[in-house]
Write a protein that binds this ligand. Structure first.
Ligand code: ARG
Length: 576
């Protein structure tokens, strides 16, 4: 149930009835405090100003026209002209029942759009490292949420699979194959890359071969193509293991790497020239942008083709945006990329818009995030100063979770312990990232993320198992609870209203691409449930009708927590 939309509609009608313009903004918001009701309409002051009326007087007239029969039990004017709306308990009861009777918890699908989400994007022949974690995890939560709301989500894994380094990598792969005469497993991609580079720097003959291979690869040579594909396959097979372990929905087919746009690049350069946007400058092709200034305060030059004919990261991103609109028919394009690439994207998109490759009706959104920092506030590194391999990070998370769980449950079997440690450990890493407002840098702190208190995965996962344990302990089948929801206590009313705000949270995450809002919502919901659980006995309720009603509130809480965590890609357990 989208209560905000319903109330916005009602308040708007009343506003228009008292003379407000048709495009007036009722500004209906969830109230921050219970004494202000469940919702507030804050738009009266602005409209009163426009109409040249005292705001309280306008508010009074508005209340006469505002028809919330059956929805609200009280509507009040507060302060200079705020309108506080208190939802009616019998209305809440009906909404809870209707949410429970639907597999989607009463959440309708939105008008479907084609939405491309660019996330993860590791580089070929390189290990995925902590720098790719944030994009992968946050982007996947956005993909899940938008998919649930009925959109056609295209997951675009913009893998770094092209560039001059591939000559060197192919030459090295060939060398390895000749030495081993068997399929090689690039178990350690990082080493592979480093060794290839060392050969390139130290062995002139190798370097010469590498340079020949780049040219051949670009010319579509069959052998080089095959070797290139082998490198991509090995890398992506390795990354797929990480995705699966992370419970990230990306698949092999979602790879749309840089190479995909290669054939478009010459056409883009000549088109930008023909449109007068690009010019030749000292042999290179450059687009000068007034929107960006260089150090001298002059329009910044963005190179799209180098003197030697090579194309750049920017050229590829120009083509990529064009492709996503023209070929994939995107209505909206989201990029989950770290904030250091912001200027790069803005330059590429300024050119894209000027050239008319993507109309302004199709948003290009950079969902930037900061870096992952260690506890010392410096970029997150191993003790020796190297980048942390993602798989090592996840192993550590699981082993730490295992120790914590084993301490709490000394009698747990080994296999149960392993399974639980995986769910809690991986969940903790993901949730820590998801729950932060993603534009800022974030400090990676094992103790905080694995705490069973606070806005963490273990706390949320535990909250879920606690709710469903009510059913298990009493041997009650969740689906057999009869009777209607009856709201008596204020704590039941607060829990019910918050449960019904799940849809508003989903819509906000979908609109702003910000999964941390879902974490905040679920954390708040878990807190409200705790307080309800403490003060409103469920199984020990005196009346059977009260007991059943409370079981239903518990059931909707459990389902909401589970679905919400699922939108975040966080697994739950039935017991902990
Ligand atoms: N592969 C790049 C990196 O590792 C990220 C690519 C992001 N996507 C894009 N369309 N530029 O930094």
């Amino acid at each position: 149930m989208n209560i905000q939309a319903l109330l916005t509609e009602k308040v708007s009608q009343a506003m228009i009835a008292v003379g407000a313009p048709a495009d007036c903004e009722p500004q209906v918001r969830q109230s921050a405090r219970p004494q202000f009701g469940d919702y507030q309409a804050n738009g009266v002051m602005a409209i009163a100003k426009k109409l040249g009326m005292p705001p309280r007087q306008l508010a009074e007239q508005l209340l006469e026209k505002l028809d919330l029969t059956g929805i609200a039990e009280k509507v009040e004017i507060a302060g200079p002209g705020f309108i506080n709306i208190f939802l009616a308990r019998d209305w809440l009861q009906l909404q809870i029942d209707s949410a429970l009777s639907s597999p989607r918890l009463g959440i309708p699908q939105e008008k479907p759009q084609t939405i491309v989400i660019d996330y993860s994007a590791p580089n070929v022949a390189k290990e995925m490292h902590v720098g790719h974690v944030r994009s992968t995890i946050i982007g996947d939560a956005a993909a899940r949420t938008l998919g649930f709301l009925g959109h056609k989500v295209i997951r675009a894994n913009h893998v770094g699979d092209w560039g001059t380094q591939f000559g060197m990598l192919i030459a090295f792969l060939e060398k390895k194959q000749n030495e081993n005469h068997e399929e090689i497993a690039l178990a350690d991609l990082e080493n592979f890359y480093r060794e290839a580079k060392r050969h390139y720097d130290e062995d002139p003959e190798f370097a010469e071969r590498a340079r020949r291979y780049v040219v051949k690869l670009q010319g579509g040579d069959e052998y080089c193509r095959k070797m290139w594909k082998c490198l991509v396959d090995i890398t992506m097979a390795q990354n797929q293991k990480v995705y699966d372990r992370l419970n990230v929905t990306l698949q092999r087919d979602d790879v749309m790497g840089e190479s995909l746009y290669n054939a478009m690049l010459p056409g883009i350069v000549s088109d930008l020239k023909a449109k007068g946007l690009a010019v030749e400058d000292d042999g290179a092709t450059v687009v000068y942008l007034d929107e960006f200034k260089n150090k001298e305060g002059e329009p910044m030059g963005v190179i799209i083709q180098k003197k030697d004919g090579g194309y750049l990261y920017t050229t590829t991103d120009i083509a990529c945006a064009k492709y996503r609109y023209e070929t994939l028919h995107a209505d909206r394009i989201l990029y989950y990329i770290d904030s250091r690439q912001h200027q790069h994207l803005m330059q590429a998109w300024t050119i894209v818009r000027k050239a008319g490759y993507v109309p302004t009706s199709v948003p290009l959104e950079h969902h930037a995030f900061g870096m992952m920092l260690g506890k010392d506030g410096k970029p997150f590194k191993t003790r020796a100063g190297g980048t942390i391999r993602l798989s090592d990070l996840l192993d550590e998370a699981v082993s730490r979770a295992r120790t914590l769980i084993a301490d709490k449950n000394p009698d747990m079997s080994d296999s149960e312990l392993s399974q639980m440690a995986e769910v809690v450990g991986i969940g903790a890493v993901k949730y820590a990232d998801l729950s932060k407002s993603r534009t800022t840098d974030y400090i990676f702190d094992w103790d905080l993320m694995l705490a069973f208190e606070g806005n963490t995965a273990p706390y949320m996962q535990y909250a879920y198992t606690r709710v469903i344990s009510v059913f298990r302990k009493a041997g009650i089948d969740e689906n057999s609870v009869q009777g209607a929801v009856i709201i008596g206590e204020p704590r039941e009313a607060s829990l019910a209203a918050r449960l019904l705000q799940f849809e508003e949270t989903l819509l906000q995450v979908a609109r702003d691409g910000t999964p941390h809002l879902m974490c905040a919502y679920l954390y708040d919901l878990a807190g409200l449930f705790s307080s309800f659980y403490e003060h409103c006995p469920i199984l020990a309720a005196a009346e059977e009708a009260t007991r059943n009603s409370r079981l239903k509130l518990a059931l909707l809480t459990a389902k909401t927590l589970k679905l919400g965590l699922d939108m975040l890609g966080i697994r739950t357990l039935e017991r902990m």
